[in-house]
Design a protein around this ligand. Structure first.
Ligand SMILES: *Cc1c(COP(=O)(O)O)cnc(C)c1O
Length: 395
C-alpha cells in the first residue's frame, strides 16, 4: 500500500486521513479489533512481538490495532513522534509520572490542577518517597525557583478549570530545558487545535480523550504523546499497571476525533459569545475566559492559543443560592460534571467540591459560592444565549 504524506493539509483534514493506510482490513471506516490475542507462525516471532513497545499484534495490554490508529492521529495533531492510548486521562498521567520518577526524586506541579492530578501529587507520589512542590502557574519564574538538583519532572496544565488560569508554556519549557528537567503538559482543555505544547518545547502531552477528543460523553480514554524513547519507558510501566485502552473505547474516540476540528470551532465560538454576553450582564459579578481582554493573562492567551475553547466560569450574584437557582432554571445545559462533549454542561464547584477540599484551598483557587463552571457544547449560539438570559432572570 502506498504511503502518502498528509503534512501539507490542515489539522481538521489530517484527523480524517493520516491513519488510512494503517489497517488494510478496514473499509473507509475503521474496523474494530476486539481480539485480545494474536497468533503467530513461530515462537521466535512471538518473543519478538512481546518485547516490541506498542506492538498491536501480540496481546491487548501491549497495544491494539484500533488504538494504534487513534494514536497515529493524535501524535500527528500534537506534532509528536509517538502516542499511546490509555484507559483514561488519569491512567495516562499516572502511568507517565510513575514511569519517569522514583524515590528521592522531586516533581514540580501547579497549585491548581484537575482534581485527579492534584491527588496524584499530594497523596500518591509522597507515599513512594517522591517530593512535590506546587507553584502558582501564573508566575513562570516560580517554576525556576522550585527547581532542585533532584527535580525530574515539571507537570503543567493550561487553561486550568475552574479558574481558567494559564501557564506560559514557552517560559516553562525554556526553564526546564536549561535545568535538564522533563516537562509534561495536560492539554485536555485546549486540545491540539488550540495549543501544540510540543511545538513550544514541552516534552510530553497528556490527554483525557474522554473530553474533546471523544467529544460525545460516551467513552473513557486517555493518551500520552511525545518522543519515542520516552514513550517506550512509559510503555514498560503500562505492562505493569495495565491502564491501556479498551479497543471499543479507542474506536469511539477514533470516530470522535474525525470531527474535532469542526467541533472546536463551534466550542470556541460559543465560549467567546457567552463570555462576552455575560461580562456585561448585571447579574454576573465576574467572568473567567482567556478570550476576554479583561482576563489577566489575555496577552499570553493570544500568543499561546488559537481560539479560546469552550470552557469558562462565571460568578453569579446571590452567592450559593443564586447559583443553585440559575442552574435549575437552565433548559439546555445539563447539570453534570465533565467537559468537552457536544452537549453544554454546567456545575457549581462549591456544591461539588466544597465538601472535599479545605476552605482555604477553595478560596485560593478562586472558587466562590456562586461560581459556575460551564463547558459550552456545540448547540447554536443564539439558543444558548437566550437560555442563559432567561435563567439569569430567576436569580
Ligand atoms: C477529565 C480530566 C482528566 C482525567 O481524565 P479521565 O479520562 O477522567 O481519567 C485529566 N485532566 C483534565 C484536564 C481533565 O479534564
Amino acid at each position: 500500500m502506498k504511503n502518502r504524506s498528509y503534512s501539507q493539509f490542515g489539522p481538521g483534514t489530517r484527523a480524517l486521513h493520516v491513519d488510512r493506510e494503517m489497517d488494510p482490513g478496514s473499509g473507509v471506516a475503521p474496523a474494530i479489533q476486539q481480539s485480545v490475542t494474536h497468533f503467530a507462525e513461530s515462537g521466535e516471532e512471538f518473543s519478538l512481538k512481546a518485547s516490541e513497545p506498542l506492538n498491536d499484534q501480540f496481546y491487548a495490554r501491549h497495544g491494539n490495532p484500533t488504538a494504534s490508529r487513534l494514536a497515529k492521529i493524535l501524535a500527528d495533531l500534537e506534532g509528536a513522534e509517538a502516542a499511546m492510548i490509555m484507559a483514561s486521562g488519569m491512567g495516562a498521567i499516572a502511568t507517565t509520572v510513575l514511569a519517569l520518577v522514583g524515590q528521592r526524586d522531586h516533581v514540580i506541579g501547579q497549585t491548581s490542577h484537575y482534581i485527579g492530578t492534584t491527588n496524584l501529587l499530594t497523596q500518591v507520589l509522597p507515599k513512594f518517597g517522591v517530593e512535590v512542590t506546587q507553584v502558582d502557574q501564573t508566575d513562570a519564574e516560580a517554576f525556576r525557583r522550585a527547581i532542585r538538583p533532584e527535580t525530574k519532572l515539571i507537570i503543567v496544565e493550561t487553561p486550568v478549570n475552574p479558574t481558567m488560569r494559564l501557564t506560559d508554556l514557552t517560559a516553562v519549557a525554556e526553564i526546564a530545558r536549561q535545568a535538564g528537567v522533563l516537562t509534561l503538559c495536560d492539554n485536555t482543555v485546549a486540545t491540539p487545535l488550540i495549543t501544540r505544547p510540543i511545538d513550544i518545547g514541552i516534552d510530553l502531552v497528556a490527554h483525557s480523550a474522554t473530553k474533546y477528543i471523544g467529544g460525545h460523553h460516551d467513552l473513557l480514554a486517555g493518551a500520552i504523546c511525545g518522543p519515542k524513547a520516552l514513550l517506550d519507558r512509559i510503555w514498560d510501566m503500562t505492562m505493569n499497571l495495565g491502564a491501556i485502552s479498551a479497543p471499543f473505547n479507542a474506536w469511539l474516540a477514533l470516530r470522535g476525533i474525525r470531527t474535532l476540528g469542526l467541533r472546536m470551532g463551534q466550542h470556541s465560538r460559543n465560549g467567546m459569545a457567552i463570555a462576552e454576553y455575560l461580562s456585561s450582564h448585571p447579574k454576573i459579578a465576574r467572568v473567567n475566559y482567556p478570550g476576554l481582554r479583561c482576563h489577566p493573562q489575555h496577552d499570553l492567551a493570544q500568543r499561546q492559543m488559537n481560539g479560546f475553547g469552550g470552557l469558562l466560569s462565571y460568578e453569579v450574584v446571590g452567592g450559593y443560592e443564586g447559583g443553585r437557582r440559575f442552574i435549575q432554571a437552565l433548559q439546555l445545559p445539563f447539570n453534570a460534571g465533565s467537559l468537552g462533549g457536544v452537549d453544554s454542561l454546567v456545575i457549581q464547584p462549591a456544591a461539588m467540591w466544597g465538601g472535599r477540599l479545605p476552605d482555604e484551598v477553595v478560596q485560593s483557587q478562586g472558587v466562590g459560592p456562586g461560581l459556575i463552571r460551564m463547558a459550552a457544547g456545540i448547540e447554536e449560539t443564539a439558543d444558548l444565549l437566550a437560555d442563559l438570559a432567561q435563567a439569569l432572570d430567576h436569580i
